[in-house]
Design a protein. Structure first.
Length: 586
């Protein structure tokens, strides 16, 4: 964050230089009044008054133009920071979400907006206007020593009030900001799972959970506001008293003939005293924005230091599809115990591998490791000899088709979702839908391929979402396809279409890995992997694995019968091996 801000140093230096000019020009009203009292009233010359008016109006115009220029410079600097910071933070949040690290949510993007909006704010310009205070204090000392000392005391008192706000109130604001983020996350989670909440009567409990965070946020903010209100009132009191006190001291000095410049300096001293406190009062008045900026800055800095975003690296040639898994050990982000334990197998281009296993065997973890979403702690997963996790997804992604177990679609049109939100080439989109067999269904929608499907595909049924996700996976004819439970929401006709699709992909030379608990898809398999408790229990050609499983089941039954176990005769495979649904080659 510091480096990013430092890159805009030339703009901030230029703004500071303009602030110095502004500091001098803010004295124009004082100069004008002094000249009117000192020259015009004494000389009673109308021409002098006219030229003074013209000069003052010209200087006022220059002052406003310079302030506009300073504002534009700061806005451009903020825009430059935003252009570099926003994509970096977005990528970091994305990686944090994948790795289940803190900060993987949209709050970080809100923090970027807070930081960017602060840079051209009145708090920053108030800080740049502090030279005005120094100049005014110097002039007050030139008028009279005691007047200058009194003004300095007022400035120190106001600065002390600012430090009080910074130390006492910023802590409360940070806690309030954290509570606000927590409340926002809870509200988003509740609304995002409205159907589950409603169906099981959880709305009251979830509301209480959210309102607890919301009340904590409001309480902390209220306490901070009360303290800030008292500090702001004290600041205004100091500023109001300053003008009258300096006028009184200047009058006293005039009576003692120690006031430089004559009696007209009495009013000048009062004006300069108010000008000296104005920048500090402006900073104190922006306590809420300063506190929000500080909290956002710290959160962003922590996030950017915590999460490493991989660089694209050297481009690699398009893969042919040779997938090699060698003794892979993987632990999901945030977990302690490994889920995959020494998994090894290989799949050649044009082969179909089907992975089966009981629940919690690590099948979905294997899918994420195969496409490079999660890394391996030991061993390797390679595509054409290159590590899939290290291969930057901006280069590898178009060669991979992935369909997760939980189908995830996005707010947009059908065509945009299938085209992976890249440039929509309708011919390629239609080719993918033809492969999956859903072109007629899509064309029957109200706006065809341009039909908006809503957030997470809310306008579609489960089977329709699954088929569109499958079309997205095959879009562009990728070399490696990993399909995790692709038939979970399909009826028999849909499952038959899926089986035919897998056979076509195989015929075209694609490498296909299918994870399923339903036996029909095994009919398309060349190889079979049985995953149990994160380890490969059996693997090899489909028919050999099925025969070995059948032999193991028969052997287990024979042992139980020979032991005379007083239990019902088992009807399925032994514990630890998956129960395959009959049919489809099972």
């Amino acid at each position: 964050m510091r480096t990013l801000i430092a890159e805009q140093r030339p703009s901030f230096v230029q703004a500071v230089r303009l602030s110095l000019v502004i500091s001098v020009l803010t004295l124009v009203p004082t100069w004008y009044m002094f000249e009117v009292y000192g020259r015009v009233l004494n000389s009673r010359n109308h021409e002098t008054l006219a030229w003074l008016v013209i000069a003052a109006l010209g200087l006022y115009t220059v002052l406003e133009l310079i302030e506009v220029a300073r504002s534009r410079i700061l806005f451009r600097a903020a825009s430059a920071v935003s252009e570099k910071l926003t994509p970096r933070v977005f990528d970091t949040c994305f990686v944090a979400k994948l790795q289940k690290l803190p900060g993987g949510n949209a709050q970080a993007l809100t923090d970027v907006r807070t930081v960017v909006d602060f840079l051209p704010s009145s708090a920053v310009t108030g800080l740049m206007d502090l030279p005005t205070a120094v100049l005014c204090l110097s002039l007050l000392f030139a008028i009279n020593l005691w007047v200058g000392l009194a003004a300095s005391i007022g400035a120190l008192l106001q600065a002390s009030l600012g430090l009080y706000q910074d130390r006492r109130i910023s802590v409360l604001l940070a806690e309030a900001s954290q509570a606000q983020v927590e409340a926002q996350v809870r509200a988003t989670g509740t609304l995002g799972n409205a159907q589950v909440v409603e169906s099981m009567g959880m709305e009251g409990a979830m509301f209480k959970r959210w309102i607890a965070s919301q009340r904590r946020f409001l309480t902390l903010q209220s306490v901070a506001s009360d303290r800030a209100g008292a500090a702001n009132a004290a600041t205004r009191l100091v500023q109001t008293m300053q003008g009258s006190m300096l006028m009184g001291l200047a009058c006293w000095a005039a009576l003692d003939n120690t006031l430089s410049g004559g009696a007209s300096m009495i009013i000048v001293a009062s004006i300069l005293g108010s000008r000296a406190l104005a920048p500090m009062a402006q900073l104190v008045g922006q306590w809420r924005q300063i506190g929000s900026f500080r909290s956002a800055w710290l959160r962003l800095n922590t996030l950017l230091e915590l999460v490493d975003v991989p660089e694209p690296g050297m481009p690699l040639p398009a893969p042919n599809g040779l997938l090699t898994v060698n003794n892979a050990l993987a632990t999901p982000p945030g977990a302690r115990a490994p889920v995959l334990k020494g998994v090894s197998f290989g799949v050649r281009p044009g082969e179909v591998l089907v992975v089966i296993g009981p629940s919690a065997a690590g099948k979905s973890t294997l899918a994420r490791v195969l496409v490079g979403v999660w890394p391996t702690q030991a061993g390797s997963v390679r595509l054409d000899g290159a590590d899939v996790h290290s291969w930057h997804k901006s280069q590898l992604g178009r060669h991979i088709g992935y369909m997760p177990q939980g189908v995830e679609l996005f707010d947009g049109t059908v065509a945009e979702n299938i085209a992976r939100f890249g440039k929509v080439e309708l011919e390629r989109v239609r080719a993918a839908t033809d492969e999956v067999g859903i072109t007629a269904f899509i064309e029957a929608l109200p706006e065809g391929f341009d039909t908006a499907i809503g957030e997470d595909g809310a306008m579609l049924s489960g089977g329709q979402r699954q088929r569109i996700a499958l079309a997205r996976a095959v879009y562009g004819m990728p070399r490696l396809l990993v399909l995790d439970e692709p038939n979970a929401s399909l009826d028999e006709a849909g499952e038959n279409d899926l089986l035919a699709l897998i056979k076509r992909l195989k015929a075209r030379g694609a490498t296909v890995v299918v994870i399923t608990h339903r036996g029909k898809l095994i009919g398309a398999a060349d190889k079979l992997v049985v995953l149990v408790d994160g380890a490969v229990a059996m693997s090899g050609p489909r028919d050999e694995v099925l025969a070995a499983m059948q032999a193991a089941n028969e052997q287990a039954r024979s042992k139980m019968q020979a032991a005379g176990a007083n239990k019902p005769k088992p009807q399925g495979p032994t514990p630890g091996l998956p129960a395959l649904i009959a049919g489809g080659g099972a």
